[in-house]
Design a protein around this ligand. Structure first.
Ligand code: GTP
Length: 430
């Protein structure tokens, strides 16, 4: 059969178990890319966005998680929901870096002769206009040139990201530095790109160069020929040869590195549902509770008492039980958790099958996005300040934590399976 003209693919880089350390303890229990944000696994938001673009026919998830029941289950369910698109997981035998997997699976990417392919970092939260990016790429990027999606960040914060300088008239990138030590540009890399299959030839050259260098240092694991950095070994040389173009988004964007940034992403994706999936947002029923204030997602299997008050920015997961008089705000309640009568959960993530006893309070400090950030709204992933003190942040209860009745847990991180019998503040409970 003739392949469709102008067929595109998408690759999502999902990393592996050693990644996502700032997401602990939540990443102990689920591969970070499957952590639910606004009721959907993090990467399902990318899959859903791709499924709406006519040209995209296949999505390849590349990562070094061992094939697991969880990943298989996710793929099966995503295939059913987005049946217009092929979805596959391609596992790396070890961490191959951000571009090593693209080279390793080059045959899979090139199969069917796609015109171009998106590459997404799994852990970015955005509501990008993919259709506009497709058009930008088609109009601007000739001869194998690539597109990088960028956003404006405040000067100080920009240095934690890849920084891009562009020619504002032609949109050609003139300089790229990954996490520079001094200010380079307020335009930062959003972790979303469009490549043409020609990039795979370039990766072949890098691979052979690494192979030659490996003879020099064959005991250095980091020098493995297949380990390739997308940022250093694709973006930098493409800029030098004038083959990278800059698409600037003005939509909200954030990375999902820490638990606090998941709360922020939850808010962003919930507010996005107004435009894309309003049926996912809970509504107030006339003369019947619970009271819904702002954007709230409630899984159909959850039980919420009619006198509870939920929202704004709340996700209630599968089989959760919320008792009478409970108040939940700016929080994610993960599947199987129970929040007993008259308890209060604010700025927190409550782990799978955790239990909050009655009249208790689980509370964190909301992170305010930098008001000076023009477009990107960033949430720092740092747990400690420069003096090693815990920065007040959201409260996280790991899996199967029990909080006794009438207890206050504030700005704390609680590891799985703990019984909290006395109140705590600014602590990591190991
Ligand atoms: P950090 O600040 O150190 O987290 O760096 P970063 O934000 O630039 O992220 P990083 O470069 O580590 O990862 C970018 C994306 O690539 C994330 O979605 C990761 O899960 C993914 N990633 C990182 N390393 C690998 C790898 O070896 N293989 C694959 N397939 N994906 C990876």
């Amino acid at each position: 059969m003739k392949p469709p003209a102008n067929m595109w693919k998408a690759v999502i880089l999902i990393g592996g178990p050693e990644k996502g350390t700032r997401f602990r303890p939540l990443s102990f229990d689920v591969p970070k890319p499957l952590f639910p944000v606004a009721g959907l696994p993090m990467i399902q938001h990318h899959i859903e966005a791709c499924s709406k673009i006519d040209q995209i026919k296949e999505i390849l998830l590349i990562g070094f998680y061992p094939k697991s029941e969880e990943i298989e289950k996710f793929i099966q369910s995503a295939r059913k929901q987005y049946n217009n698109i092929i979805i596959r997981y391609l596992p790396e035998h070890t961490a191959l870096g951000t571009a090593g997997g693209l080279y390793h699976y080059r045959d899979q990417i090139e199969a069917g002769s796609p015109t171009a392919f998106f590459v997404f970092n799994a852990d970015v939260c955005c509501n990008l206009a993919l259709k506009d990016i497709v058009e930008f790429h088609q109009e601007t990027c000739a001869d194998g040139a690539i597109t990088i999606v960028t956003t404006e960040a405040p000067h100080q914060e920009s240095m934690s990201y890849g920084c891009v300088v562009e020619n504002a008239e032609t949109h050609e990138a003139t300089h790229y530095v990954e996490k520079p030590e001094t200010f380079v540009s307020s335009l930062i890399n959003c972790g979303v790109y469009v490549f043409k299959p020609e990039v795979l030839n370039h990766l072949g050259n890098i691979f052979r160069k690494h192979q030659n260098e490996r003879f020099i240092d064959m005991y250095d694991e980091d020098a493995a020929a297949e380990k390739i950095s997308l940022e250093k070994e694709i973006l930098v040389p493409y800029v030098s040869s004038g083959k990278m173009f800059v698409y600037k988004t003005t939509k909200p964007w954030s990375q999902i590195k820490s638990a606090a940034s998941a709360i922020f992403a939850n808010k962003l994706y919930l507010s996005n549902y107004h435009k894309t999936n309003s049926h996912r947002l809970a509504r107030n029923a006339p003369n019947a509770g619970p009271l819904i204030s702002g954007d709230v997602f409630i899984h159909e299997t959850a039980t919420v008492h009619s006198s509870a008050v939920l929202g704004p920015n709340v996700t209630i997961g599968e089989d959760v039980k919320i008792g009478p008089g409970v108040r939940v705000c700016n929080s994610i309640i993960l599947p199987g958790a129970v929040i007993e009568n008259h308890s209060c959960v604010l700025n927190a993530i409550i782990g799978w099958q955790s239990y909050v006893g009655e009249w208790s309070r689980v509370e964190g400090t909301a992170h305010q996005p930098n008001p000076n950030a023009p477009y990107a709204k960033m949430i720092s992933g740092a747990l400690f300040d420069d003096e090693g003190k815990l920065i007040p942040s959201i409260t996280v209860l790991g899996r199967k934590v029990t909080v006794a009745p009438e207890i206050v847990v504030r700005n704390s991180i609680v590891l799985p399976n703990k019984n909290i019998l006395k109140s705590s503040k600014n602590q990591i409970i190991l």
